[in-house]
Design a protein around this ligand. Structure first.
Ligand SMILES: [Fe+2]
Length: 302
């Protein structure tokens, strides 16, 4: 593995495809000092400030980190990393984690506007009770494997999910699946129905007032499979499309190659959104359950 001073880098214990990056205390302290120049309002209102915090992070590594993170995400064999503080301290609070997540993503690309939150990132809770209209915040139902950005016009090359905080949580593990590990990839990628245009829409809470059309599967520059799929939002036009989606969903959920891992508080999963699917297992019931997440999705610089 590559060595970057101030970081501990290894293969993640759950998969050879996932790189684990721990940020050492001394690095966190330097970052915290640098980040304190800006409050969250500046980060939210002034897009250039987001690049300044990203540069603070990269400067600590002689600009090695940005190159490494981009290499991981573009490499078909990996395409995913988990990054976070080695230790949680009073310095690594929620404000710091928003700034850190901003810094990391701005070394990779430009974030898309998150319509649900009305800014470039979204913070949201999963709790015992939920009255929302999508699976995202339903604690006691699996959030099935999917990719992000399926129902928007924005290009969504990558996504980041940061766990800001959690209390009284059992279950709710992260679930990841790489297309090249999935047993039925060839069969479904080669099914002509998967290359037809599907209509994708979304419920009210997403604040997206249009529908988009695209296939489930498409090829990358090397002819390898890529996917854009989520179970809740396609509107099958006929029986063939309906049955194809059911087969796809059943096959993804029954895959033995799913990676199931508990993301530490303060850490983020960042993944290529074309060949990694992500989801979440259901939580164990607890009336005081609370998990806060942050998400950012976006496109690569080039
Ligand atoms: Fe997602």
């Amino acid at each position: 593995m590559i060595k970057i001073s101030g970081f501990k880098i290894s293969k993640h214990h759950s998969s050879n495809r996932i790189v684990n990056i721990q940020i050492e205390d001394k690095t966190l302290e330097k970052l915290s000092e640098k980040f304190s120049r800006f409050d969250l309002t500046a980060i939210e209102y002034k897009p250039f400030t987001r690049f300044t915090v990203a540069k603070y992070l990269d400067d600590l590594t002689n600009n090695e980190l940005s190159k490494y993170l981009n290499d991981i995400l573009r490499d078909r064999k990996t395409g995913c990393f988990i990054i976070g503080p080695e230790k949680i301290t009073n310095k690594t609070d929620d404000i710091f984690l928003v700034k850190l997540s901003t810094a990391i993503t701005h070394l990779i690309g430009t974030p898309n506007h998150d319509s649900m939150a009305g800014k470039f990132y979204a913070r949201f809770f999963v709790k015992h009770e939920d009255k929302s209209d999508s699976y995202l915040r339903k604690a006691y139902i699996n959030l099935d494997l999917h990719t992000d950005g399926t129902y928007v016009k924005d290009v969504t090359d990558w996504l980041m999910m940061t766990k800001i905080e959690e209390k009284n949580v059992k279950g709710g593990e992260s679930v990841m699946l790489h297309l090249d590990d999935w047993e039925s990839c060839d069969e479904l990628f080669n099914d002509p129905v998967g290359r037809e245009n599907f209509i994708w829409s979304s419920p009210k809470s997403k604040n997206v007032d249009y529908k988009v059309e695209h296939p489930v599967f498409f090829k990358d520059n090397n002819g390898l499979p890529q996917i854009s799929y989520i179970d809740q939002f396609p509107e099958p036009k006929n029986m063939n499309q309906g049955l194809f989606l059911q087969k796809l969903s059943d096959s993804l959920e029954s895959s033995k190659k799913k990676i199931i891992t508990k993301l530490p508080v303060g850490s983020a999963i960042v993944a290529n959104n074309y060949f990694w699917l992500h989801g979440r297992k259901r939580f164990m019931e607890n009336v005081n359950l609370s998990r806060e997440l942050l998400r950012i999705r976006g496109k690569f610089f080039i």
